[in-house]
Design a protein. Structure first.
Ligand code: FAD
Length: 327
């Protein structure tokens, strides 16, 4: 196995970030060289089949009731057992709260390197080493990092920074069920309480997002943007200018130092399109921008650009949507 992705599971379903990791793995490996590790409290058989159909040639599954919620020690024990048996050259995880906890702990245990929060991956000609690219020095440069001497080479990848791999008819993976040893249950962590996902995670997975920029001018104007989002069934995001002013929480920030989104529809309202913002939304499928400045950078990416005052355009759009019209 050349590349193994670490699946994430919630409510007995394999999460979309796993399929994004598969897209990355398929770009790095040849057919037959991709694996997926699934550590969970149990998932239905069809979830494994879907993973195989999306490109995982080998699926290694550890299931136990006590693995239902992530804890670094037992999950790492499973990862180490998988690495010892299947010897992947590369292990990829999501730069999610789980991945950002699991992989550093696992890298330390396996005495190997880890590049966190990569935006690009590649294979170096000749050496075959994994090239792990991520923003560095406050986002001012992109650094490419290699792990020449230790294995596996490990990286976490920003969620939503690529499209998820889609299942293909007739494609199958081989399922390897392995025993989760009860000794792995020993953990320095004690679970005190469990809080379900918050609305900002909905922003990361939203199909439609309306993003507010500084052009909104004052927080009192947010109401019309919230209404637009509601009428479109969209989540609300923001630029750094907006969150720095305290108009929306930091968890809404889209961009280099915020969240990365890949929605079907992105609507930018009073957003200039600075490079650091584009880094978090440029893979959106359809981009609509509203801005008074016809030279605004966001228009270079937009599928639909509306040059106009948002204080007039947004209420007009809302009125149209309220009466059943399309955007
Ligand atoms: C290291 C670093 C990391 C950063 N990370 C991020 C990040 O993660 N996310 C992020 O967003 N930024 C980030 N930034 C900041 C980024 O450089 C920009 O400053 C920011 O994205 C600009 O936000 P904005 O578009 O809301 O504001 P502005 O650039 O001020 O743009 C406001 C826009 O609104 C338009 N406008 C004004 N009035 C109206 C009106 N009435 N109707 C319609 N349009 C109007 C203007 O023409 C203008 O284009 C980062 C910067 C650095 C240095």
């Amino acid at each position: 196995m050349k590349v193994c992705v670490l699946a994430e599971v919630a409510h007995h379903r394999i999460l979309p970030v796993t399929y994004e990791l598969l897209t990355r793995a398929l770009a790095l490996a040849s057919p037959g060289e991709v694996g997926a590790l699934v550590v969970s409290g149990g998932v239905p058989e069809e979830e494994y089949e879907k993973l195989g159909a999306a490109g995982a040639d080998e699926i290694i599954a550890y299931e136990a009731p006590w693995l239902e919620r992530f804890r670094p020690e037992p999950y790492t024990a499973a990862l180490q057992a998988m690495v010892a048996e299947f010897r992947p050259e590369i292990v990829l995880g999501g730069a999610t709260s789980t991945g950002r906890t699991w992989l550093p702990y696992a890298a330390m245990k396996m005495h190997t390197g880890l590049t966190a929060d990569c935006t690009e991956l590649g294979i170096e000609d000749g050496s075959g080493l994994l090239l792990q690219t991520r923003p560095a020095i406050g986002g001012n440069i992109m650094a490419t990092i290699k792990t020449p001497h230790h294995r596996p080479q490990m990286a976490t990848i920003r969620p939503r920074s690529t499209r998820p791999a889609t299942p293909q008819a007739g494609r199958r993976g081989r399922l390897h069920r392995r025993e989760a040893l009860s000794a792995w249950q020993q953990s320095g962590m004690t679970e005190l309480s469990f809080t379900p996902i918050d609305e900002t995670q909905e922003l990361s997975s939203a199909e439609r997002v309306v993003v507010v920029g500084r052009g909104i001018k004052k927080p009192e104007n947010l109401g019309m943007v919230r209404e637009l989002a509601q009428l479109l069934g969209a989540a609300v995001g923001a630029t750094r200018e907006v969150v720095d002013r305290g108009w929306l929480p930091y968890s809404c920030q889209i961009g280099l130092s915020g969240r990365t989104i890949t929605p079907e529809l992105y609507v930018g309202v009073g957003v200039s399109g600075a490079i650091q913002h584009l880094a978090g939304m440029q893979t959106s499928k359809r981009i609509v921008a509203i801005n008074t400045d016809s030279e605004a950078q966001i228009f270079s990416l937009a599928d639909v650009g509306i040059v106009g005052d948002l204080l007039e355009v947004v209420p007009a759009l809302n009125a149209r949507l309220r009466t059943g019209g399309a955007l």
